[in-house]
Design a binder for this molecule. Structure first.
Ligand code: PGA
Length: 260
């Protein structure tokens, strides 16, 4: 049984007062409702403590958006996994396509970050996904497999803690253009098969594979109905309290009705 995970990636949005208002808005819509899905919030670094305080009376999870693998030192502008753990993070998004494409993170870098993240006892949310060019050239599965190998290939099955994978086609991020459930399911199933081959059937059946890319209240249901979609990484739509709460509710309902 995989507990669905719906995480909001706020990216470079929200000052502390805005963050407080957003969390309170989401809470007022979800508190008291029976939700089995895990809810994660990934605010910018400056708002982590504010959000940690606001969600202290919930079972929601504080998520970091990125971190560097070194523990401390002369790395101007970077944040360590230890710092994220100390402020209350339980999970960290790694290898997001914006990190890869805007900040030049390589597969190898993502792999080093994943190792450090697991050593700190934090759960990495490893993002993979192809560009439009790669999709149109028929390279989707090859690219995703290369990214998986780079991020997770160095881990030993027995030594590795829990990790989450998010399939986020680059052409669907922030564009309003969602992958169809069929397109998403094809890649999600391939990711699960890779986990089975590379790790074990047990790992494959336990690991949550999220979908990300223009998830909104209107499409969460059909996505969650796919057998290999275990939740969502939500960008733009997570900045609106009502919309994000709806995504959580709808996603959770679809998962329950689908026997997930
Ligand atoms: P989006 O972003 O929902 O705005 O497309 C998703 C993501 O980048 O995680």
């Amino acid at each position: 049984m995989r507990v669905p995970l719906i995480a909001g990636n706020w990216k470079m949005h929200m000052t502390r007062p805005e963050a407080r208002e957003l969390v309170r808005g989401i809470k007022s819509r979800l508190m008291g409702k029976e939700i089995r899905a895990q809810v994660g919030l990934a605010p910018p670094f400056t708002a982590l403590e504010t959000v940690a305080n606001e969600i202290a009376d919930t079972n929601w999870i504080l998520v970091g958006q990125n971190a560097f693998w070194e523990e401390k030192g002369a790395f101007t502008g970077e944040i360590s996994f230890g710092m994220l753990a100390e402020v209350g993070c339980k999970m960290v998004i790694l290898g997001h396509s914006e990190r890869r494409h805007i900040f030049g993170e390589s597969d190898q870098w993502v792999g080093k970050k994943v190792q450090a993240c697991l050593q700190w006892g934090l759960v990495p949310i490893v993002c993979v996904g192809e560009t439009l060019d790669e999709r149109e050239s028929g390279l989707t599965l090859k690219v995703v497999e290369r990214q998986l190998e780079g991020a997770l290939g160095g881990l030993e099955e027995n030594a590795a803690g829990e990790f989450v994978i998010a399939y986020e086609p680059v052409w669907a991020i922030g564009t309003g253009r969602t992958a169809t459930p069929e397109q998403a399911q094809e890649v999600q199933a391939m990711v699960r098969d890779w986990l089975r081959r590379r790790f074990s059937p047990m790992r494959a059946s336990r690991t949550r594979i999220l979908y990300g890319g223009s998830v909104k209240p209107e499409n969460i249901r059909e996505l969650m109905e796919c057998p290999d979609i275990d939740g969502a990484l939500v960008g733009g739509a997570s900045l609106d309290a009502l919309g994000f709460a709806k995504i959580v509710e709808e996603g959770d309902r679809a998962a329950r009705e689908g026997g997930k």
